[in-house]
Design a protein around this ligand. Structure first.
Ligand SMILES: *Cc1c(COP(=O)(O)O)cnc(C)c1O
Length: 464
């Protein structure tokens, strides 16, 4: 498989190149040149296979020839070995026709482990053959950081710098990052918002001299490898629920749009999906886009579901490319408008196409708390606030009374103890692997919201 940039001006790369590049040279995002197709028979066969085998089968279609299925198989098996459920991504019934897809059985209890445990190992696989090292840099609104750190901590080829907004993530999220004691891991608290952190990372990639000197790469959701790994659970879920004959609907709590876009990719690969619902909290740029055809930045509001407190959904550019008939010039122009004016307007044709494939709904803070309470009362299942956002949006848009509606449960409720306690009275208990989290020692450095300060800090510590 080869990859092209959404802005049409960067070199065409193979999978290894795309993995290491993160963002494309022209500021765009890499997308596959074509969509590998998966047949109905193959999808039905997935019900009899372990998760790691399905994952290898699907991902090899994107990684070969750079990484063959044979090389991928042991790496993927190892990535999912320590997940604490044998099905890796199990389904749990919530109500008649309603299912929760539990994506919190990895080391940091969020769905990001499903991709990042694979991605860290992919870096080692590619870099070791090149005798090369890289500097991973990322911004996190909470969960990405710990999942990225867990993915990088034992990797010989990586030094990692993870930026988080000081005071704007939960204690559990911060401790999951700052208590990892590893020489190749550096936690940086920025005096600013998540969007400030993300802006610093974007500018750093725009600084060609710095980027090349330190061999910068990203493991945030703009990296194609992450989207690729997230495609897998859409297939295993649809197969388990009797697809392709009974196509399920999915409701996805959405921030950077990586996870929801992965569902879209599964569709493009031939998976029959009834509906895709984009679920947001009050940071609702994509829901507003669906309503009025304008992609308009707004202020970031801190909410109960901080991992989706995002006003610019980076991965949306991949869908935008497709909605713009794969014309990189159009995408580049619209993204310029966004930079200059804080807004761009989509064509009516593009909006019609998008509305044909996605529904969207935003959830208010009150709705989230009452949904969490209602689900716990009626089903005895504590859900985290992000999962609740998905449930609210999915229920609002559910069209087909007979088809299954699947809510992606993107975090374990114990990651958000304050919100869970507010909604249902008692916080959820951390699983055994994190039981002593509050006794562990933290280490991180506080830096100003300033690109030069962060670059200087990194130059002193990177090994690339
Ligand atoms: C990152 C995250 C999301 C959003 O995923 P995107 O791919 O950025 O849309 C949702 N829920 C949780 C718990 C997350 O950590």
């Amino acid at each position: 498989m080869h990859y092209i940039s959404t802005r049409g001006k960067a070199p065409r790369l193979d999978f290894a190149g795309v993995l290491l590049a993160g963002l494309a040279d022209d500021g765009g995002l890499y997308v596959p040149e074509s969509w590998p197709q998966v047949s109905t028979e193959e999808i039905k066969g997935f019900t009899d296979q372990p998760y790691a085998e399905v994952a290898t089968d699907l991902m090899a279609r994107f990684t070969a020839p750079a990484i063959s299925a044979e090389d991928l198989a042991p790496l993927v098996a190892e990535a999912y070995r320590d997940f604490d459920h044998p099905a890796v991504a199990p389904l749990r019934q919530l109500d008649s026709g309603e299912w929760i897809l539990e994506l919190f059985h990895g080391p940091t209890l969020s769905f990001k482990d499903y991709a990042l445990q694979v991605v860290g190992r992919l870096f080692d696989a590619v870099l070791q053959t090149q005798s090369n090292r890289v500097t991973v840099v990322g911004a996190t609104s909470g969960d990405t950081g710990s999942a990225a750190i867990e993915a990088c901590r034992d990797r010989d080829t990586i030094t990692a710098f993870i930026l988080h907004p000081q005071g704007r993530i939960t204690d559990v999220q911060r401790r999951q990052m700052t208590t990892v004691q590893a020489a190749n891991i550096h936690n940086i608290a920025i005096d600013g918002t998540f969007d400030d952190c993300q802006a610093i990372v974007k500018q750093m990639f725009g600084d060609k001299v710095f980027r090349d000197r330190w061999k910068l790469t990203a493991v945030n959701s703009i990296n194609w490898a992450r989207v690729m790994a997230q495609v897998v659970y859409y297939f295993t879920t649809a197969a388990a629920l009797g697809g392709p004959d009974h196509p399920p609907a999915f409701s996805v709590p959405t921030g950077n749009f990586g996870d929801a876009f992965a569902g879209h990719v599964a569709r493009r690969m031939g998976l029959n999906i009834g509906q895709m619902v984009i679920a947001t909290n009050v940071n609702d740029i994509l829901v507003r886009l669906l309503a009025d055809g304008e992609y308009r930045k707004g202020p970031v509001h801190a909410t109960l579901s901080p991992s989706i407190d995002i006003q610019v959904s980076s991965n949306f550019e991949r869908l935008l490319f497709e909605l713009s008939a794969d014309d990189g010039d159009i995408v580049a122009k619209l993204m310029d408008d966004l930079d200059n004016d804080g807004v761009f307007k989509m064509s009516d044709a593009a909006m019609a196409r998008m509305r044909g494939q996605f529904d969207g709904r935003r959830a208010s803070e009150d709705e989230i708390l009452s949904c969490m309470a209602q689900v716990n009362d009626t089903s005895g299942i504590p859900v985290d606030p992000h999962t609740a956002v998905g449930i609210i949006a999915g229920r609002a848009h559910r069209r087909d009374g007979n088809g299954a509606m699947v809510y992606l449960s993107t975090a374990h409720p114990a990651k958000f103890p304050e919100a869970v306690a507010r909604a249902i009275g008692t916080p959820s208990v951390l699983p055994p692997r994190l039981a002593d989290l509050y006794e562990r020692t933290e280490s991180f450095d506080l830096l100003p919201n300033d690109l030069a300060a962060v670059q200087a800090y990194m130059a002193e510590r990177s090994q690339a």
